[in-house]
Ligand binder design. Sequence first.
Ligand code: GSH
Length: 266
Amino acid sequence: GAADGHVLIVGRSCPWAHRAWLVWALRQLAGSITLLVVDPDPAAGRWCFAEPFEKCTTLQQLYRRSGAPASARATVPALYSRSQRRLLVNESARLIELLNDWPAGSGPDLDPADQRAATGTWRERLQHSVNDGVYRCGFARCQAAYDRAEADLFASLDAAEAALASNAWLSGPALSLADVQLFPTLIRLELVYAPLFGVSRRPLWQLPALWRWRQRFHALPGVAATCHPDAWRSDYFGALFPLHPSGIIPAAPELATLVGELPALP
Ligand SMILES: N[C@@H](CCC(=O)N[C@@H](CS)C(=O)NCC(=O)O)C(=O)O
């Protein structure tokens, strides 16, 4: 239980942390794993604890105390064990599997056996072309690299749109880790990735099945509380200096309009 001292460390803006946070919420793990949200310190380029945690004020100090080499980046998400006084896992793809299998978990199993193959295939494709894909667009150093990443990204979104024509969720009739992986990227689309990373070929309303999927996912119990659009925008626009030197944070639509009904066209 939480008394054994497992702590899931996340940051609001980080999409990798968001997927772990989602599994924590959907599996209703609040009773056995404490959630700890760290704040960005863009000037110093690191994550900080609002109150000292295990005598540390930065995540970097906690990594060092867990034996991480001085050169290691201190990333979120991370799962910490108070009793072992060390970080157990800091790779989100592995972490979401671990959290889904966590003994005290309830709520739906996010890796249902009869969809396991499809879930695995989707997760691999999404990781490369969508989750990393938006970053490959945003940080491309030449037109050809951008064009490749952008084409890959929208090909995968088109494939997801097609899959959702016959299934409620990405890998079949039941919710899975594939959906969990897609959501953090898609919920940031209009607010961050389209304007900042140049991911604007098709607004999401042109992919209506994906739009409704996103609306349905956002309505699942616990999901809304993981979404912090103001933090997303200020962290991305304020802190990714080379991409956005002015640091000006643009106005954006309310999140509610992005997870509401598709407006009927005249
Ligand atoms: N491989 C990691 C990547 C996580 C990651 O890149 N997190 C970023 C935030 S989005 C981070 O904490 N960066 C801090 C740093 O690099 O110093 C995972 O998927 O868990």
